[in-house]
Design a protein around this ligand. Structure first.
Ligand code: CAA
Length: 269
């Protein structure tokens, strides 16, 4: 998700610094961004010259000090509260008081994450969708301490990236994942009950409901672990069993079958 956001921001003319979690991660991030640009070139959305120009504005580092002059920083690490809180603290320690700090959390309430920061008014949720360069909406989530100025700056940033910002009040899973996770979980429960095969369910959703991907293809695309974490985050708050990950989802996570990224999830790749 982080590299997708970086690619989209570069394509909108921004200078982008990506913080990788390790020296190895630097090469991985660059490759992902370059391959995203290859797709954009293949579909004639950009030219090779534009790609070269955008890549000149990209810096990838493991050093948080490089963030010191940033106008806006978007945290996009794993969907685990402790991990996010520790990264947010590190970001805050290195940027100025006027920098907007956004989290690309998929489900964790902004007002909970804001507890890890000392200057809270400039903290906000900006939830992007995968693949970021293609998907046209951003959920802009205000926590109970987010300032109006931060909301306006975040919306302007989303618009400048040719995305539609939609204001959402703070609630676990916000809107998109509250709906999507119920959908994926119910599909997995129907699979567990033997109502149809995964191929059958995906085909019905694609051809009958006109979704670009079936629920299992989409879960593999998002990451089964990410879906599981989001469901648990919403379940923790709502205590609604419909959000409790289905048997198959829990089993896939235990077995490390996390979707496309691990070459196997509901399907083999
Ligand atoms: N950069 C630029 N363009 C890209 C790209 C990238 N990284 N990735 C794909 N594209 C472009 C392709 O070049 C192609 O462009 P053209 O149509 O102009 O040729 C277009 O996107 C479609 O891509 P493909 O032809 O490769 O493949 P496809 O037609 O099968 O579409 C898909 C792929 C866009 C992913 C489509 O299947 C889709 O929309 N799937 C649903 C995705 C979705 O629901 N995302 C939200 C997930 S939820 C989430 O992200 C939030 C969360 O918190 C979990």
């Amino acid at each position: 998700m982080g590299t997708g956001i970086a690619q989209a921001a570069l394509s909108s003319g921004y200078g982008v610094i990506v913080i990788a979690h390790s020296e190895n991660g630097i090469g991985v991030a660059r490759k992902r961004i370059e391959s995203g640009f290859e797709k954009a070139i293949a579909s004639k959305a950009i030219t090779a010259e534009q790609r070269d120009k955008y890549l000149k504005n990209l810096q990838i580092s493991v050093d948080y000090k490089t963030l010191e002059n940033s106008e806006l920083v978007i945290e996009a690490v794993s969907e685990v509260r402790k991990v996010k809180e520790s990264v947010l603290k590190r970001i805050e320690a290195h940027v100025g008081n006027n920098t907007v700090i956004a989290t690309n959390t998929s489900s964790i309430p902004i007002s909970i994450l804001s507890n890890s920061l000392s200057v809270k008014g400039r903290f906000i949720g900006m939830h992007f969708f995968n693949p970021v360069p293609v998907m046209r909406v951003v959920e802009v989530i205000n926590g109970n301490t987010t300032s109006q100025e931060t909301i306006e700056r975040s919306k302007r940033f989303a618009i400048s990236m040719d995305k539609t910002p939609v204001a959402v009040n703070d609630s676990p899973g916000f809107i998109a994942n509250r709906l999507l996770m119920l959908f994926i979980n119910e599909a997995a429960t129907a699979l567990d009950e033997g109502v149809s095969t995964k191929e059958g369910i995906d085909t019905i959703v694609k051809l009958g409901l006109h979704h670009p991907m079936g629920p299992f293809e989409l879960a593999d695309f998002i990451g089964i672990d990410v879906c599981n974490d989001i469901m648990l985050e919403i379940y923790k708050d709502k205590r609604d069993v419909r959000f409790k990950p289905s048997r198959t989802i829990a089993k896939l996570v235990r077995e490390g079958k996390l979707g496309r990224k691990s070459m196997e999830g509901f399907y083999k790749y």
